[in-house]
Design a binder for this molecule. Structure first.
Ligand SMILES: Nc1ncnc2c1ncn2[C@@H]1O[C@H](COP(=O)(O)OP(=O)(O)OP(=O)(O)O)[C@@H](O)[C@H]1O
Length: 659
């Protein structure tokens, strides 16, 4: 598994956490400026455990590292040319005997080793940061620290006790502590976050949304009814966690049936949900709860954070939250089903996107971010794997487990995110950071879309973090991109956070704003880039519409089609395009390194959402099956285009849909 994807299986996570209470399997890297030595590579938690991130550090010509091991099994790397001469930072990395590497947290200021990071106590669901690292490999990292919080956080029992209290009204129902209490079902907004509770995890303070006593068996936790169900309260109040169940018959009356596995995340599994009464679908994010398992508790808390935030958001480019349900062994979170999967998955299957697709997706990501930032909330984990695409090409920001509401002081000091997409100020963790970290990550995500890999992917793990934090470089921007795209990316990737434009400002950038250009470019490029119909068959290799865009000269010229005329491209054997439809496992554990020929699978790919987007827009085809027929006489519908490309901003009334 390459470090830049770095999903670590739960198994490995558990293994690594189980091997040592503090960290023979959680390596600690200290980086300090004074001991030049380019040697790298180490093992921990046993001879077989290799930490590939360190191995790659030697490749970084701008930094010299030395290594040593501390008593706790941590690796100490030192670097000779850090601009922060007196500074040392330590990176806690997970490693396992199985060879996968994890990355659990960083305590940049103390330079001290930390073990599995624990969450800080909550102040309120919107003010606190319950997010914790779960040793999820090179994927999402989180670690918060403050002295008081750490003291509590380092003792799970103390931490959990801190967060919980017994209902002072004597009803015996565990609730959130006074500073994070939810007002109850049906409420929403900043004052109404709710938290699911599992009675087996009594130490974890999670409320009963019904405000009633549990039945002793299972808990009625605002069981979601199908979106759009006439009896569903959620139909009247979308985005609010709902308990659409008869008060006396909790849990078992769920209308949702769990279907196939959609994906795996840090917390557990995401399944397709089907409502046999309404015929509607949703995504069910499911976490298994084991009362004495620390990982379960952490997962639960992070999921709770996600619920709290998502339940207050309503925007077309943010995945919708329907409700949550707590059973005997699982917490299920019901979300809008976004069937196209993540941008990461699409990149794995189809290769890099062409510029109009990037432009379109970026505009929507920005729109979601502008909305989020308008609510002073930072996502902190923007990357292709956390951005979903629906069949109409609509983008949905997902995975709000790292998200955080920024309070008055406006900065945060925790270390969260996915290393390759992480802003320098997060890596260095000096003066705190703010909403601008998402803008940096957006720039990285655009590069990811343009190249199918994240920036800095030539470096592994720690070397990449050095590059982000300790160099003046910005990631390489592909030359084939238009000047507008390059300019946009450079603006996002300014090392000085305050120099980065806001999401709202970026919506006015020509790369985004030039809608006329975009719509024309979409015509030829999208069809060229995603030439598959809904049933997976190849469209006739004829391109009848050409982009008139002349300020983006390089769209047609990338990949293996460089230098070919449209006609010659059109006449190619479709199988020549196998590279573009490389089919890889959807699992986040899949390795992008498997892009080798052996893993190419021709003509197995599902239809690309962007193609459907074009089809449904009426640009190229109708959705009734004529998608593959060229229609040279087709004229564009300006109204459709305008509405499709309409920018969503926080000032735009949130779109609500019946659920
Ligand atoms: N709403 C959804 N609709 C369709 N598929 C989804 C949805 N949410 C998640 N998935 C699928 O499940 C996978 C894992 O989901 P997600 O990333 O939210 O889990 P997680 O545990 O929060 O992950 P992470 O490890 O990134 O924190 C995604 O990559 C995606 O393929």
């Amino acid at each position: 598994m390459p470090a830049w994807w770095g999903k670590k299986s739960n198994k490995n996570k558990e293994e690594s956490q189980n091997r040592s209470p503090r960290g023979t399997s959680i390596g600690v890297i200290k980086l300090s400026p004074n001991k030049p030595d380019a040697t790298a590579g180490f093992s921990c938690g046993g001879a077989a455990g290799k930490m590939k991130v360190a191995a790659a550090a030697a490749d970084d010509k701008n930094n010299n590292y030395s290594k040593s091991f501390d008593g706790g099994g941590g690796l100490v790397l030192t670097t000779s040319n850090s601009p922060r001469a007196s500074r040392e930072f330590s990176v806690v990395v997970g490693c396992s005997g199985g060879g996968s590497s994890g990355f659990s947290g960083l305590d940049s200021d103390s330079g001290e080793k930390i073990g599995i990071p624990l969450p800080t106590p909550s102040i309120s669901p919107m003010q606190s940061d319950h997010v914790v690292g779960l040793g999820s490999g090179w994927h999402s990292v989180s670690s918060d620290s403050s002295s008081e919080d750490n003291q509590i956080a380092n003792d799970p029992v103390q931490f959990l006790a801190y967060r919980s209290y017994i209902d002072p009204r004597g009803q015996g129902e565990p609730r959130m502590n006074t500073r994070s209490r939810s007002p109850g079902p049906g409420s929403r907004g900043a004052t109404s976050p709710t938290s699911p509770l599992h009675h087996q995890l009594s130490a974890v303070s999670l409320e009963s949304p019904t405000g009633r006593k549990e039945d002793g068996k299972s808990v009625c936790h605002k069981l979601p009814l199908p979106p759009g169900s006439p009896t569903s309260p959620s139909a009247a109040l979308p985005s609010t966690r709902t308990c659409g169940v008869n008060e006396n018959t909790p849990f078992t009356l769920s209308k949702w049936r769990r279907g196939r596995l959609l994906g795996r995340g840090t917390f557990g599994h995401v399944y397709l949900g089907f409502n046999s009464e309404s015929g509607q679908m949703c995504a069910i994010k499911e976490v298994r709860l084991v009362s004495d398992d620390q990982t379960s508790k952490e997962s639960l808390k992070q999921l709770n954070q996600e619920i709290n935030l998502l339940s207050q958001l309503s925007h077309p480019n943010i995945v919708r939250y329907y409700g949550s349900e707590l059973g005997e062994e699982t917490l299920s979170v019901y979300l809008e089903y976004v069937s196209g999967g993540s941008i990461h998955k699409l990149l794995q299957e189809y290769g890099a996107f062409k510029e109009p697709v990037i432009q379109n997706y970026t505009r929507q990501i920005l729109s979601g971010l502008a909305y989020l930032h308008g609510r002073n909330t930072v996502h902190r984990d923007i990357k292709g794997a956390n951005i979903l695409v629906d069949p109409t090409g609509e983008i949905k920001l997902a995975d709000f487990g790292m998200a955080k509401h920024i309070t008055a002081c406006g900065t945060m000091l925790s270390f969260k995110g996915s290393p390759y997409w992480m802003a320098p100020e997060v890596v260095m963790n000096t003066n705190g950071y703010n909403l601008a970290v998402d803008i940096w990550s957006l720039g990285c995500t655009i590069l990811e879309m343009a190249t199918s890999k994240p920036p800095w992917n030539q470096y592994e793990g720690v070397a990449a973090i050095f590059k982000i934090g300790n160099s003046k470089d910005i990631p390489e921007i592909p030359d084939r991109l238009s000047n507008e795209a390059k300019s946009f990316i450079r603006l996002c990737l300014q090392r000085e956070p305050s120099a980065r434009p806001t999401a709202l400002q970026l919506l006015d950038h020509p790369f985004i704003h030039d809608q006329a250009t975009t719509r024309v470019a979409n015509i030829s490029i999208t069809k060229d880039a995603f030439p598959y119909t809904f049933d997976g068959s190849r469209t006739p290799p004829i391109l009848e519409l050409q982009s008139t865009r002349n300020n983006v000269p390089s769209f047609d010229g990338d990949y293996e089609m460089r230098g070919m005329t449209t006609t010659s491209r059109a006449l190619r054997n479709p199988r020549d395009n196998a590279r573009a439809i490389t089919s890889l496992p959807v699992s986040p554990c899949s390795s992008p390194l498997r892009y080798g020929a052996a893993h190419k699978s021709c003509f197995l790919s599902p239809p690309h959402p962007a193609y459907q987007f074009v089809g449904q827009s009426g640009y190229l085809c109708d959705i009734s099956g004529n998608a593959s027929r060229p229609n040279p006489k087709y004229t564009l519908d300006p109204w459709l285009q305008t509405s499709l490309l309409k920018v969503q901003t926080p000032s735009t009334p949130p779109r609500t849909r019946p659920i």
